[in-house]
Design a protein around this ligand. Structure first.
Ligand code: N7J
Ligand code: ZN
Length: 256
């Protein structure tokens, strides 16, 4: 039978998704000296109000893990956002075992071993499907993972990866879980207008990248590799599912 085509790498995405060479693509390298402190961001602080029973399940999407969230009561607003956005899912991107690359955004060229994305959609639209390709449709909070002590809050999730080894595998989350525990204590961030970092690469994301990483253990980073995916030589450990930084194209990065 015909093998399903192994997904093309980031440097080929432009062939099927020309927007890959667009004017507001993500991720980017955040050059901290060029970021502009905007008082308006602190005057109207980013408000994150998640409920602690919003997480429904973890699934293997074939490109990452994805915690599916019932958007009820999981809202963010303020900061760079002109309306209320609801959490729909969170996932991550990571590198090779034990390596230091894996994050999508970089800070003055520095990479982290992984990057968490909390994906929210603008409540002015009727559903995430309508929001996903609108210029103000999505807001994604990015959190860098650094290697260090175990993250107690991430453990209930990282322990589930072994249960969803293959694409479309899914396990229900039967416990109460508040994703806000994944945010760093200090809520400072950079923000800029960008895109989805995987196809279809829609330029619909207001990015909010937290300045401080959160520490997770080497074992928790290794648990990400319990997720498997298709490689040119057959099934393998999921890793290096990150897009490298894209041209800034003159965009302004603001900072709290
Ligand atoms: N990696 S990312 O930019 O957070 C992101 C968020 C939501 C997404 O939905 C997607 N396809 O429907 N790709 C995608 C990437
Ligand atoms: Zn992502």
């Amino acid at each position: 039978q015909v093998a399903s085509p192994v997904p093309q790498g980031p440097n080929k995405w432009h062939e099927q998704f020309p927007i890959a060479k667009g004017q507001r693509q993500s991720p980017i390298d955040i050059v901290t000296s060029n970021a502009k402190v905007d008082k308006a961001l602190s005057d109207n602080p980013l408000k994150v109000s998640y409920s602690n029973n919003c997480c429904q399940s973890v699934t293997n999407t074939g490109a990452s893990f994805q915690v599916v969230v019932d958007g009820a009561g999981t809202e963010i607003s303020g900061g760079p956002l002109d309306s209320t956005y609801k959490l729909v899912q969170f996932h991550a991107h990571w590198g090779p075992l034990g390596g230091d690359e894996g994050s999508e955004h970089t800070v003055d060229g520095v990479t982290y071993p992984a990057e968490l994305h909390l994906v929210h959609w603008n409540q002015k639209y009727k559903d995430v499907g309508e929001a996903v390709d609108k210029p103000d449709g999505l807001a994604v909070i990015g959190v860098f993972f650094s290697r260090g002590k175990e993250h107690a809050g991430f453990k209930p999730i990282s322990d589930l990866f072994a249960k969803v080894p293959r694409k479309a595998d899914k396990v229900d989350i039967s416990f109460n879980y508040d994703p806000a525990c994944l945010l760093p204590a200090r809520r400072d961030y950079w923000t800029y207008l960008g895109s989805l970092t995987t196809p279809p690469l829609f330029e619909s994301v207001t990015w909010i990248v937290m300045k401080d990483p959160v520490e997770v253990s080497a074992e928790q980073l290794a648990a990400l590799r319990n997720l498997l995916w298709e490689t040119p030589s057959g099934e393998g450990q999921m890793c290096n599912n990150y897009r490298p930084p894209q041209p800034l194209q003159g965009r302004l990065v603001r900072s709290t």
